[in-house]
Design a protein around this ligand. Sequence first.
Ligand code: ZN
Length: 260
Amino acid sequence: MDMIPTWIFMVGAALVGLEMGGFSSIFIQRWIDEQPILKPWRSRCPSCKEPLVWRDTVPVISYLLLKGRCRHCDARIGPQYMLVELSCMAWSLAVAQEFGLSPEWAVYLLLGVMLIAGSFIDFETFLLPDRITLGGTVIALAASFVLREGPAWQDAFIGAVVGAGLFWFLQQGYRLWRGEEGLGTGDVKLMAMIGAMTGLAGLPFTILVSSATGAVGSIIYAIRPGSGGIKGRVPYGPFLSLGCMVYLLYGQDILRWLRS
Ligand SMILES: [Zn+2]
């Protein structure tokens, strides 16, 4: 860290975050469209299928230069790609600020980008890809053997089992009580990933933050014009992800502050 001036690392972190955001917006789009993730390697316009040249795939910049339209067919390209890229950049900067140039930065950047991609997919489809939830669980468990910050490996395994177990019981209980699906199986798997990232101690905080933000989100969703009212479904995955990411950055500080 002393070898590289902080500002150079921060600029690098922003660029890496943007680029990873670019990859995740391709992943999101192709997963939702049920297309192969890696083929074709080059992005295509979702409307006219024309391959994009590299200068049309620079995160954020291309979107602004082309004013959100395809160069070939003029079809509108939604701002969600830019939102994904900016979210990943913000996450990369926040993790860089908190952990510096370290293995923690790299691992939490990757896991956070996976949570962001999963959240956008969940909003759109109410599904969470196994590649994100189960893949993220494996990465987080493996990282717990290596990283100095974050839970020890025993704690990561217990967190994964307790997180998924708790949500599995909630899911089964809700099904018996209401006779309908309340929590998705994707949320249960997501809780394995989150428990592996935060350890047991991070679960109450994560669930608390996700419930509070999820309640606010549901109200906004319900009063939004043209919505299905209070019955309109809101995915829970994005709020669980948000709670987990806040905990990774500031959870220890907040818990310490509450105890003092
Ligand atoms: Zn086009």
